[in-house]
Design a protein around this ligand. Structure first.
Ligand code: RET
Length: 250
């Protein structure tokens, strides 16, 4: 049996990222207290996002959320070993809650209708759940590998639906918002789209095709999580103004 798992490098990275989320959360809580009461909508959503990420990284740092998926031993000719790759499934629980919250912030900025907002969020939940199916599908034989990439394709389709709605209905809705709100939505939506595009790439290289080590996977997802959550939050909280929370101020 061959286990591909994190080493001290990965474990240290998990602790470092946990610390970054903790500091970022304390910063947002501090800013929340100073913000006007009627202006606290985005602060609340952001605090939730950072709290969930912090807890998920604490879980991974302390060894929780770990599972071994049977994979194919490509390139190891004639090997009788069975290969297993470590999977941090705690990520998917984190993403299940934080990605809808990040999309809720974007939808609220744009002033997207409740129906379109719900469609975006449900597509996102579908994307994360089918992405988890892809990750946990045993890929030791060809049929397993096909199933893994099949779920990956299904999840990627949902990804396109999310951004299709945000870049059509979202941009249209944003036209009715103050000019700086539209600008902030466009900036954040474009930036978020680019950062989110990198997730399926990292997934393909790690859980998918086993081309990079578990340590490299931890660092790659870590960098992305920091940009997608901490970067997003601070750009949003520093650039938005009080009239950007739309009708849902409380
Ligand atoms: C998976 C694998 C299958 C295909 C696709 C994926 C997309 C994941 C995304 C995750 C975003 C996470 C964020 C987390 C924290 O801030 C599930 C990797 C399309 C887009 C933003």
């Amino acid at each position: 049996v061959h286990l591909l798992h994190a080493t001290n490098v990965g474990h240290t990275a998990l602790w470092v990222i946990f610390t970054l989320f903790t500091i970022a959360l304390v910063g947002v809580l501090f800013l929340t207290v100073r913000a006007e009461r009627r202006n606290r909508y985005f602060y609340g959503i952001s605090s939730l996002v950072l709290t969930i990420a912090m807890v998920s990284y604490l879980a991974m740092s302390t060894g929780l959320g770990v599972y071994f998926v049977p994979i194919h031993n490509h390139g190891v000719q004639g090997s009788l070993h069975h290969f297993y790759r470590q999977l941090y499934w705690a990520r998917y629980i984190d993403w299940l809650f934080t990605t809808p919250l990040l999309l809720l912030s974007l939808a609220s900025l744009a002033g997207l209708s409740p129906a379109s907002t719900l469609a975006v969020i449900l597509s996102d939940v579908f994307m994360i759940v089918t992405g988890l199916f892809s990750a946990i599908t045993p890929a030791r034989w060809a049929a397993g590998e096909r199933a893994t990439w099949g779920w990956f394709g299904v999840s990627s389709f949902a990804f396109l639906v999310i951004w299709g709605i945000l870049f059509t209905n979202g941009l249209k809705a944003a036209n009715y918002r103050p000019r700086n709100t539209k600008g902030l939505f466009t900036l954040l939506a474009a930036g978020t789209f680019l950062v989110w595009m990198a997730y399926p790439i990292v997934f393909g290289l790690s859980e998918g095709a086993n081309k990079i080590t578990v340590d490299a996977e931890i660092i790659a997802y870590g960098v992305l999580d920091v940009i997608a959550k901490i970067g997003f939050t601070y750009v949003l909280l520093f650039l938005h103004t009080h009239d950007e929370t739309g009708p849902w101020t409380l």
